[in-house]
Design a protein around this ligand. Structure first.
Ligand SMILES: [Zn+2]
Ligand SMILES: [Zn+2]
Length: 571
């Protein structure tokens, strides 16, 4: 689309120009402006107050001159950019508020911020509303509305206005993020400047609404202001089950609500296709920015009607925000601290820790992560049975330290614990591994199903005798409430052997306040699995911790004469 010339802008007193500038004029001047700020950065970082004042007067003067060629709304974009830039370098008037600038440039006062990101109509507000109480956070909704963006309605009929529209949204969300830094507590937000940056603008380029040149300026602006763009502690990136379902959800919402924003009415299926693709492509660049991204898939029409998340998803959100301890019987961090300082203390020989729980979602993996943070990732040697991999890639042990670096677990393909011994002996020979300095993790130990109880016990004990500190984690019961392989035998050993220690983790039932006694499994139809169910569906999202009482059962059709075996530690 070509420029249609000047369009009337809202009138404001005291300004010479009432009209929006042609596309090329705005692009040219805004590029120059960003370039000027860019070039002055080096000087400003060493400038004294006098020089800073001089520079500010110069730029503010230039902005005043702009009133002859730009409308007040356009000048607003320059001013907002410069205000943010002024905070970055403590330029006047912010030089009078050094503490304020420090907070703005720092991580802020808040305990954490969760941001929901995703394409329009995927359910960001619904998610934020649902999640806020589950993480004890205050909810912050979109503070600015599309109606307050003076360029948006024009942009729908004329691509000339997209750069100005997106700059307006982008700058406003940076301010929203900064405001959040002034308040303590926990926050959940349904907007994210990061998703705007990586999704919306990119989609406009691909849709041919924004030129490469305009995209470049937008990115340079973001780059310039980056230290001020607050990073969420977790970005929940919402993806729809399909573009068609996303479109359908959007239509249903429009029909049911005459107040739905114009912006959403005009979106086509093709627009959505581009946006969803761009959103998927944004995951990696976002992670490269150092942002924790949790992609989740929702079915938009269903999600609006019945907002709910899989237990595994909520667990993962709490885990990544490091508040799991509040929801578990034992705080993983405290457990890890106890293991490292009390059991693996330097004046004791090698020890075995049996970290187990009756159900999934009790924080076992978090304990391992905290231990590795305390003793150093480089001192960890982790193993997992190949059988654990069938639970899907999410279930695969990926211990990540706080910098997001993964500690890979070595997969034992034979599902036999004795193979760990052979593997370790090879490593001692070739990799110079010193058992006395190495912590050996055996994750999902109950899935080494080719080992019998005696082999399991002797393998673990032999590893200890080689000099390793060993941590075995496992769950005690299958979804049928049967003892999980040799799990109970390992616990029994831990109660009698002096160098073995038992640590029991736990959580509450998903449906009541009782302690979870087992794990419910769902089949592929979303029904509670049958006791005899052999069709295995991969993925942690098929499971929930339950108390196994009052209908909160782990499976259906347990035999009439079924008797649950208690844990040996309680006998
Ligand atoms: Zn695990
Ligand atoms: Zn219950």
């Amino acid at each position: 689309m070509t420029s249609q010339g000047k369009t009337a802008a809202p009138e404001r007193e005291g300004y010479a120009s009432k009209e929006f500038a042609p596309r090329e004029v705005f692009l040219g001047e805004f590029s120059n402006f960003i370039e000027t700020l860019n070039l002055s950065e080096e000087v400003l970082s060493n400038a004294d107050q006098g020089q800073k004042r001089q520079f500010t007067e110069l730029v503010r003067g230039q902005l005043t001159d702009f009133h002859t060629q730009f409308s007040p709304d356009e000048i607003g974009l320059f001013e907002k950019t410069f205000n943010l830039f002024s905070i970055k370098y403590s330029l006047p008037p912010f030089d009078n508020f050094p503490e304020f600038c420090e907070i703005m440039m720092g991580e802020g006062k808040q305990e954490f911020v969760l941001e929901a990101a995703g394409v329009v109509g995927v359910g960001k507000s619904t998610l934020t509303e649902f999640v806020s109480p589950e993480i004890k956070a205050k909810m912050e909704s979109e503070r600015f509305h599309s109606s307050e963006n003076p360029f948006l309605s024009l942009a729908y009929s004329d691509n000339d206005y997209w750069l100005r529209t997106e700059l307006g949204f982008g700058l406003d969300s940076i301010f929203t993020g900064l405001r959040g830094k002034l308040y303590d507590g926990r926050w959940a937000r349904d907007t994210s400047v990061w998703s705007d940056n990586f999704i919306f603008m990119r989609a406009r380029v691909e849709g041919g609404q924004v030129t490469d040149e305009e995209y470049k300026v937008y990115k340079k602006t973001v780059e310039l202001l980056k230290p001020l763009i607050s990073k969420p502690d977790l970005l929940v990136l919402m993806l729809p089950t399909s573009v068609e379902r996303l479109y359908q959800g959007l239509q249903e919402r429009i029909e049911g609500n005459p107040k739905v924003r114009d912006m959403e009415r005009k979106i086509t299926l093709e627009d959505l296709e581009v946006m969803v693709r761009v959103e998927r492509e944004a995951i990696e660049p976002l992670r490269e920015e150092g942002i924790k991204v949790l992609p989740i898939v929702v079915d938009p029409p269903e999600f609006y009607r019945n907002p709910d998340l899989k237990y595994a998803t909520l667990f993962s959100i709490r885990d990544q925000l490091e508040i799991l301890g509040e929801y578990l019987k034992q705080d993983p961090k405290e457990v890890a601290d106890y293991i490292v300082s009390r059991i693996f203390s330097p004046n004791m020989g090698p020890q075995v820790v049996i970290a187990h729980s009756k159900s999934m979602f009790a924080g076992k993996t978090s304990v391992l992560t905290y231990i590795s943070e305390m003793v150093g990732d480089e001192n960890i040697l982790a193993f997992q049975p190949a059988a654990a991999l069938r639970y899907g890639p999410e279930y695969e042990t990926k211990l990540k330290n706080r910098d997001g670096v993964e500690i890979p677990a070595n997969t034992i393909w034979s599902n036999k614990l004795s193979e760990i011994l052979e593997d370790v002996k090879r490593r001692i020979g070739s990799d110079n591994i010193d058992p006395r300095k190495t912590y050996l993790f055996i994750d999902e130990t109950m899935l080494f199903y080719e080992s019998d109880a005696d082999e399991a016990v002797s393998s673990v004990e032999e590893l200890r005798q080689m000099g390793f500190h060993v941590v075995c984690d496992f769950i005690d019961y299958t979804f049928q409430e049967e003892p999980f392989n040799f799990a109970h035998k390992l616990i029994r050993e831990a109660t009698v052997r002096p160098d073995w220690h038992e640590v029991e983790l736990g959580t509450t039932c998903k449906y009541c306040d009782n302690e979870a006694q087992g794990t419910r499994r769902y089949n592929q139809y979303g029904e509670i699995a049958d006791y005899d169910d052999k069709t295995f569906v991969a993925g942690e999202e098929q499971y929930e911790p339950v108390c196994c009482k009052n209908g909160h059962i782990s499976c259906v059709n347990q035999p009439e004469d079924f008797v649950r075996q208690p844990l040996p530690s309680l006998m």
